[in-house]
Design a protein around this ligand. Sequence first.
Ligand code: PA5
Length: 442
Amino acid sequence: MIRTDISNVYPFVDKSKVDALASELKAAHELLEAGTGAGSDFLGWLRLPENYDKNEFARIKKAAAKIQSDSKALVVIGIGGSYLGARAAIEFLKSPNYNMLHKNTPDIYFAGNNISANAVEEIIEMIGDRDFSINVISKSGTTTEPAIAFRIFKALIEKKYGKAGAKGRIYATTDAAKGALKNLATVEGYETFVVPDNIGGRFSVLSAVGLLPMAAAGIDIDAVMAGAASAMKEFSAKNMDNPVWQYAAARNALYRAGKTTEILACYEPAFRFMAEWWKQLYGESEGKDAKGIFPASCDFTADLHSMGQYIQEGLRNLMETVVKIENPKGNVVIEATEENVDGLNFLAGRDMHFVNEQARRGVALAHVDGGVPNILVTMDKVDEKNYGELVYFFELACGISGYTLGVNPFNQPGVEAYKKNMFALLGKPGYEELGAELAKRL
Ligand code: PA5
């Protein structure tokens, strides 16, 4: 089970001040559970670990088995909440090198998360003449990046298998009833999966959005949901012993004390995309109304050799949350050498996990001494169950934190501004006036 240790917060904010947040957290937690707060139309994630469509879940497993049997590659098309969760899960639970290491399951290529021709061309080259399938994911069905990518990969798959053959290889994850992708899927006869109406993109990883790519990659999605379900029970406690409350209290207390940037760090490189997923979850949920903690991330120990200087001595507006993995998957013992030219014989017989852990402990103290509070989030090991728990931990803490901050954590009005400008510059019908205005400014 996920645990937190916020003792390295108290040198910066007195424990009594952190504890004093309990009444605000209680109100926020109750507001979430009652479904009466801002954005309450988007609370489907709260009980999703138990309250999900079991028939669809069985279809996801069946579709994943079919993809595994008829495809050497799966192109997963989506962006933001329709992308980051699946990629994070596959990299964390399998490997960042999954495509090279897991030969019994299809290679997975993520497309539609940029507008780079180079990226698309590379994926097409990597697929080569191998059999492939597509999982196109878009709740709205109209997001530009995945829509462009889907045009390209739909043409490719139809060229290879014909329209009839292609339709059995395209899986659309989208709204249950409306939107361009849903309409197209109905017309073309694709198998569809649902992004529930009451779940926003960044909270959707435990729906078909994340589960189909995970299952195709050989991840045990029953265990993922079981982990999330046990977290749902465990973290429903309304007191300061609840690790979710401790995390939410610590980061809110620190924010009020001027620590406006939170760095999420982990000492396992496979965690990198988990941090990308977390950044979207917290950034899009809290960054509004001219408020919010800026979520950043670091890979340790690599980034200690790049960002370490700033963290130690730069602007003192930082807090650090470290995800510690108690029992990592692999371990390697360091052996003695006769010459000892690198002077490392004092580590002979030690394993790399031991060294990594001493690095973590030493860094935490150095950063605290340098003025950076440290929140520790510990998970037992990297497996499906612990992953499901961690996802639910961060989601619940995000909802509670957002309400404590006084924002609607479930909308994202700010992401429309760039889209309007882009459409205007591209000459999309309906955007003529804005296009002329922007042209003058450019
Ligand atoms: O969290 C969000 O709402 C966004 O990140 C969306 O997931 C992202 O913009 C993709 O949207 P859609 O699934 O509608 O294509």
